[in-house]
Structure formats: C-alpha cells, structure tokens
Ligand binder design. Structure first.
Ligand code: HEC
Length: 160
C-alpha cells in the first residue's frame, strides 16, 4: 500500500471511529444518569442503614428496669402510631392512613438487628419522625428492648 493510499483510507475511517466512540460514551453517560435519577426517585429503604450501624451490639440488657424506662418514651412518642401494645393501630397511624407492622407478631422485627432498630428510632424512616437527640443513646437502646418485648411469646422458650 502506498503512503498516499493509506492516508486517504485511514483518515475517514478513524474519523468515523471517533464519532462512533463519542456517541457511545455519550449514550453510556446518559444511561448512567437515567438509572441514577430513577434511584433517587424511589423512597429511601432500610438498605440505606449503614452496615456499621446495623452491626452495633445492644449494650443495654433487656431488664425490667430497661423496659420500665422505655415505657415512658413509648407512651409519649411511639404509641400514637404503633399502638399501646405495639399492634400498629395507634390513632395517629389511623389518621395518617399508615400501614404499620404488628410488633406483637414475633416475626415482624425478626429481620432487623438491634442496631438497625436503634438507627430507625434515631433517624426516623419515611413517615416515622426521628427521635434524634431528644433521647439519650441509652434510652434509645431501652426502646429497642421495649419493641422486642412487645412480641407475644408463643412458648416460654426465649433467647437469652
Ligand atoms: C408518625 C407515626 C410514627 C411514630 C410517632 C413512630 N413511628 Fe415507628 N414507624 C412508623 C412508620 C410509618 C414505620 C415504617 C416505616 C416504613 O414503612 O418504611 C415505622 C417503623 C418503625 C420500626 C421499624 C420496623 C418496621 O415496622 O418497619 C420500629 C422499630 C419503630 N418504628 C419503632 C418506633 C418507636 C420506638 C417509636 C417511638 C420512639 C416510633 N416508632 C414512633 C411510624 C411512626
């Protein structure tokens, strides 16, 4: 192939390749942007809970004292939605037409670690308002123990 021939052939070919390449990159960027905005449109899910927070162990033992401390906050801040006994049928939940889990059902919180429940109480979730700094961390752990204690025990076999 002569030099001249090569120049004539390769130029348009490389230009076409460049155009195609740029078009591909633009398309990929557009597609990435679209999936990103689709993700942003959906409400945050429990998967947003940081792994470190979910793994945090409960430093407060579930004792009658812990549950008694938690009852105060439960009555003040939680029962209007989750119901006094945790069945999810509080009056505010009814007003807001919320569908809440029944904490008296032992399976309802099974999937959540103590750390996750702590995080949900602290930061809120969707229609649930955050407790934030209104309660001390220890009182938050008391509440974790409390919501767990609401489950009806089908038999006396309880985890330690
Ligand atoms: C305004 C009503 C409201 C109040 C008040 C409220 N919650 Fe909730 N709570 C919700 C809603 C709604 C959800 C479910 C969030 C969702 O669907 O993503 C929820 C979820 C939870 C969960 C996670 C388990 C689940 O069902 O998904 C726990 C645990 C919980 N709440 C405990 C509490 C505690 C403890 C308090 C008091 C400090 C409290 N909540 C106060 C509305 C409320």
């Amino acid at each position: 192939m002569s030099r001249e021939m090569f120049r004539q052939m390769s130029k348009p070919v490389s230009r076409l390749a460049l155009v195609l390449f740029v078009a591909l990159v633009l398309l990929a960027a557009l597609a990435a942007q679209q999936t990103q905005s689709a993700q942003q449109a959906t409400p945050p899910s429990y998967s947003a809970i940081p792994v470190e927070a979910a793994k945090q162990a409960n430093p407060v033992k579930s004792s009658p004292e812990s549950l008694a401390r938690a009852k105060k906050w439960w009555t003040l801040d939680c029962a209007m939605c989750h119901g006094n006994d945790g069945n999810g049928k509080g009056s505010l939940a009814a007003d807001m037409k919320l569908k809440l889990a029944d904490f008296t059902d032992p399976t309802s919180l099974k999937e959540h670690t103590d750390g996750e429940i702590f995080y949900i109480i602290k930061n809120g979730h969707q229609d649930m308002p955050p407790e934030g700094d209104r309660i001390k961390p220890q009182e938050n752990w008391d509440l974790v123990n409390y919501v767990r204690s609401l489950a009806k025990k089908p038999d006396s076999a309880q985890k330690p």
